[in-house]
Design a protein around this ligand. Structure first.
Ligand SMILES: C[S@@+](CC[C@H](N)C(=O)[O-])C[C@H]1O[C@@H](n2cnc3c(N)ncnc32)[C@H](O)[C@@H]1O
Length: 343
């Protein structure tokens, strides 16, 4: 390689690394556009810079400094004194999709938590707890915004993965299904809506119950679906043929995950089955995406995207035996287990 070729390659490499290092600024520009209300103020079509200034409480002078960043990220179009959302910008409107809620979360709590990645790597602790000195799930009690955000993410997960997951699990006919940590309840509600012979029990924290009831109503399954609130660290006293833990165990360290599994096992009769549904930590088609998802679990909760073997180890420790394993093309892993030893 000639000297000039190798210095071009070094500059290109430095450019890529530098772009990665500056990623945090993009997060803040996008998240702030939602947080200060720029996106929603324009969402009706277009507005003038002075209207934008009046509705956000940001001076026109500052707004004129901020807008070029949003133009650069192709979120807004500025023509003369008027500002309009682009197709990209429209995805950040609060009244559509999940990105506005995600922007608020990523720009605030998650941003602070990720600044503690080094601490999490050294100690295994949740960066969220270290940075914000509270339990990541306690934010739901204090913030309807966060409840709304979690429920939209949960709904999006149902919309994306429902068919893939239902092809992977094998539900006995006429069974009672308890979805423990069910989020907005849409996975269970959709399942029950599609199979009239199934009955459901949707269980999550008290703060989510209004959302779950709304979902159950939306799917028209109130008569077939009970809604229960509480903590899965306490005795559950739920009777069901199938217990589902979907995207729950990855939020917890091994010790807490085993406690949750113990609580489920206490509720299970000898003939009932537990279905664990998670993204597999081994899915490496998208190496960076999978690693970021796993590190996110560490940083937010002290949890992990585990491998099938690691889930099996947790299940065995909690007194289960694994009876079936299945994987989907997107990296979804289903592990089905039965009680090995009665509690
Ligand atoms: C990542 S979400 C998964 C939600 C849903 N299963 C899904 O797949 O979309 C984890 C769920 O665990 C619930 N959760 C967290 N701590 C809990 C607790 N102590 N008791 C009951 N549910 C809890 C949260 O409220 C949340 O709905």
């Amino acid at each position: 390689m000639s000297e000039s070729n190798s210095s071009d390659a070094a500059a290109a490499a430095a450019g890529r690394v530098s772009a990665g290092l500056h990623g945090f600024m993009m997060t803040q520009i996008l998240a702030t556009s939602v947080e200060v209300g720029v996106i929603d103020a324009i969402s009706g079509g277009s507005c003038s810079i002075s209207e934008l200034s009046a509705s956000t409480g940001i001076s026109e002078k500052m707004m004129r400094r901020f807008l070029p960043a949003l133009q650069g990220l192709e979120v807004v179009r500025v023509e003369g004194q008027r500002v309009a959302l682009t197709e990209l910008g429209a995805t950040l409107r609060s009244d559509v999709g999940t990105l506005a809620g995600l922007a608020r979360l990523l720009g605030n709590e998650h941003y602070a938590a990720w600044a503690k990645l080094g601490t999490s790597l050294r100690t295994g602790e949740s960066g969220f707890r270290v940075a914000l000195e509270r339990d990541p799930w306690s934010v739901l009690d204090a913030s309807p915004d966060q409840v709304d955000s979690l429920s939209r993410l949960s709904r999006r997960s149902t919309d994306f993965f429902f068919d893939e997951i239902t092809h992977l699990i094998d539900l006995p006919a006429r069974s009672r299904i308890a979805d423990i940590g069910c989020g907005d309840g849409s996975f269970l509600a959709k399942l029950v809506a599609q199979h009239a012979e199934l009955r459901g029990i949707a269980f999550d924290q008290m703060s989510l119950l209004p959302i779950i009831r709304r979902t159950v109503h939306e799917y028209g399954v109130e008569a077939a679906c009970a809604v229960r609130g509480g903590s899965f660290f306490e005795p559950l006293s739920i009777s069901a043929d199938v217990f589902i833990l979907k995207s729950v165990l990855h939020d917890w360290d091994d010790e807490s995950a085993v406690t949750i599994l113990h609580r489920v096992r206490e509720s299970m009769g000898g003939a009932s089955r537990l279905v664990v549904i998670e993204f597999s930590g081994e899915h490496k088609d998208d190496l960076l995406g999978a690693a970021m998802r796993d590190l996110n679990m560490l940083v937010l909760f002290g949890g992990a995207d585990r491998s099938a073997t690691e889930y099996t180890d947790l299940l065995v420790t909690a007194g289960f035996k694994v009876v079936r394993e299945a994987r989907g093309s997107s990296g979804i892993l289903v592990v089905e287990a039965e009680v090995a030893t009665l509690p």
